[in-house]
Design a protein around this ligand. Structure first.
Ligand code: ZN
Length: 320
């Protein structure tokens, strides 16, 4: 084995030493007798093999649970696909001359609601925001052709909280003034909707950020929206990706993966009850954490490839 292979193996073993204890703890929060992902052998297989594929080490012959949202082993694999897809979408749209705007929307919920109730309210308000005439007009004026939606649940002093990140894909470049105008209209609608739902949403708290048009920007946005990958793999050492963070993700608030890290490796028994609630909600199939505009992505990718392959070069210069 070469030195590279050795360090890849060391990294892999380190990840196993993190993920297996987390998976075991999660299994205790599920119904009795829940299997631990990555441990039990498939029926009829009595050998486990370690293989190196696509630049990664993987065990073969293990039972995998394929849970997208609540498995320290399977979630990162799924999240990595979402991350790469988001990055590609931004790069394709950039080739075609389009900007993007990262929106973070949050609410102050009444106390005492469950995670599922809070999530339900957020989802309902997001639907109403998308249906609002004022909001639709403002989005159309900005050239919005689609969006990526990501929900981040976090836990803090007042229990569970869920907030929303929307990445607007625009078919043209916009100015800062135009982005501000969009923010003004939508945050006013969002505040009205929150009010009617018995919540509160200060317009000043919501953020609308025009995303830069470099590969580094696309990477940062994609990494931020799928930050669970780093929270699972690095625990407390995960870098603070606060480039787009709304204020809710700072301070004492923790993501479910950070709580799982604390419960598994730092004896935080207070984290167990909220984690049990999180597992129950995430595994009920009622809520989706990531939504990608698949059809738009396919179309933009085809168009972007055609532009890149055309002798005239990119469409970017004409629009900028
Ligand atoms: Zn799994």
């Amino acid at each position: 084995m070469t030195g590279d292979d050795n360090s890849a193996l060391a990294r892999h073993l380190h990840q196993l030493s993190r993920k297996l204890p987390m998976a075991r703890l999660l299994a205790t929060l599920r119904v009795a007798g829940a299997r631990v992902c990555g441990v039990s052998l498939k029926r009829g297989h009595n050998s486990v093999r370690l293989v190196f594929e696509h630049g990664r080490l993987t065990f073969r012959g293990l039972w995998m649970c394929e849970r997208r949202y609540t498995c320290p082993t399977c979630s990162p694999r799924w999240l990595r696909k979402q991350r790469d897809a988001i990055q590609m979408l931004l790069a394709d749209n950039d080739t075609l001359g389009g900007d993007s705007v990262m929106v973070s929307l949050s609410l102050a919920f009444p106390l005492g609601l469950t995670l599922s109730e809070r999530w339900g309210i957020l989802r309902d308000l997001n639907t109403k925001l998308g249906a609002s005439k004022r909001s639709r007009t403002a989005r159309a004026a900005a050239g919005k052709i689609g969006l990526v939606k990501v929900v981040h649940p976090i836990h803090g002093e007042h229990g569970w909280h869920v907030h929303l990140h929307l990445l607007y894909i625009l078919n043209r470049g916009i100015t800062g003034t135009e982005a501000d105008k969009l923010k003004q209209v939508e945050t006013a609608v969002w505040a009205d909707l929150a009010d009617k739902a018995g919540c509160a949403a200060e317009p000043g708290v919501q953020t609308y950020t025009r995303i830069g048009r470099t590969e580094g920007d696309f990477k940062r946005v994609a990494r931020y929206l799928t930050k669970g990958i780093q929270e699972i793999e690095l625990g407390r050492k995960a870098p603070n990706l606060d480039y787009y963070t709304c204020r809710l993700e700072r301070g004492k608030n923790r993501s479910p993966w950070q709580m799982l890290d604390d419960a598994t490796f730092h004896d935080d028994t207070d984290a167990l009850a909220p984690l049990r609630e999180w597992v129950e909600v995430m595994e009920s199939a009622t809520f989706q954490t990531v939504h990608l505009p698949r059809r738009l992505m396919t179309r933009l990718h085809e168009d972007a490839v055609a532009v890149r392959e055309s002798p005239a070069g990119t469409a970017k210069d004409e629009v900028a």
